[in-house]
Design a protein around this ligand. Sequence first.
Ligand SMILES: Nc1ncnc2c1ncn2[C@@H]1O[C@H](COP(=O)(O)OP(=O)(O)O)[C@@H](O)[C@H]1O
Ligand SMILES: [Mg+2]
Length: 361
Amino acid sequence: MESRRGHELHLAGITQRFGDYVAVRDIDLKIGAGELVALLGPSGCGKSTLLRIISGFMPQTEGKVFFDGEAVDHLPPNKRGVGIVFQNYALFPHMTIRQNIAYGLEVQRVPAARLKTRVDEMLDLVHMGEFAERYPRQLSGGQQQRIALARCLAVDPKILLLDEPFGALDKNLRLDMQIEVKRLQREYGITTVLVTHDQEEALSMADRVAVMSRGRIEQIASPTDIYDRPETLFVNQFVGSTNVLPGIAGEMAGAGQQVTLACGERIALAEGSRLATGAQVQVSIRPEHLTLQTAPLDNAITGVIKAVMPLGPQVLYDIAVGDGTDIKVSVPRKRGDEFLLSGTRIFAAPVPPAGYRAFPV
Ligand SMILES: Nc1ncnc2c1ncn2[C@@H]1O[C@H](COP(=O)(O)OP(=O)(O)O)[C@@H](O)[C@H]1O
Ligand SMILES: [Mg+2]
């Protein structure tokens, strides 16, 4: 029961159909022992369906699920050794916190002395020892979620499955819980799949993020790579925000390829682009990856400031460029800085190592 070494999870060719509708399509995913992978994507993209398949609550149409290299497809949920926490995971209202945490251990017929030690250990783990004799209704939402997590960890599951577990909590509490769960997951070394539609939650908690769209994984990579090196326009737009400018790919110019934008400007892409000359592309650059000045700047887009929005630590400039489209530029706000004014003609260019990225249309 004390195994602290995580278990491996492998999904091989998982597809889920509901009638003609394909909710999850040919998913291959390997999650390492002790790793936390977030499934991130908009509502309806198939995240919860995939989690239900891993747990055994929903038999998949096609494909196989392996824990530590062994197929578990024939096993019901209670034989798979998974722990699940949902957004509204109800604790048993008529049982105390201690009884709630003990429940799974009692089902497993764990001897009384060991059961008590284990429950105390779990109460300590989530810093809830002083609440042991209370009832769920006497706790806040965040505290209840911690108990739900403790109850789930008490039976030492091989895999922890979290489906939007902080969705019902308000913003500050959510942040505390994210830090807390990350700490527990590390301390425990438990292999974890976290389902969320919240990009900040995925980026801040996960070792790797799998961005999903329409039942597929668009990209799986470290949070840094997902943010800085998105492989598709969908990933680029879903994670963070970005300016998108249509254009036509041109010749290679040094390290980067040239693109003529619809607004008339010609820019050079970041290194590594190899798009067919003449191809229609969408050029993407994040607001915080651009800098602004009134004097000419290399590789710049020119425009006129339409609006200035001071947003606390940043100032967001809304800028009209040639063809009637707008771009946004976010500039860190230093003490004593003066804002540029609406109507000012400016040059906006990428701050290295960031650069323009392009995706085929
Ligand atoms: N039991 C079911 N029967 C029919 N359609 C379902 C069922 N479960 C999920 N779906 C559909 O599959 C798609 C993916 O659902 P889900 O996995 O819950 O998405 P997510 O968790 O990413 O929001 C949705 O279009 C949903 O309506
Ligand atoms: Mg869901």
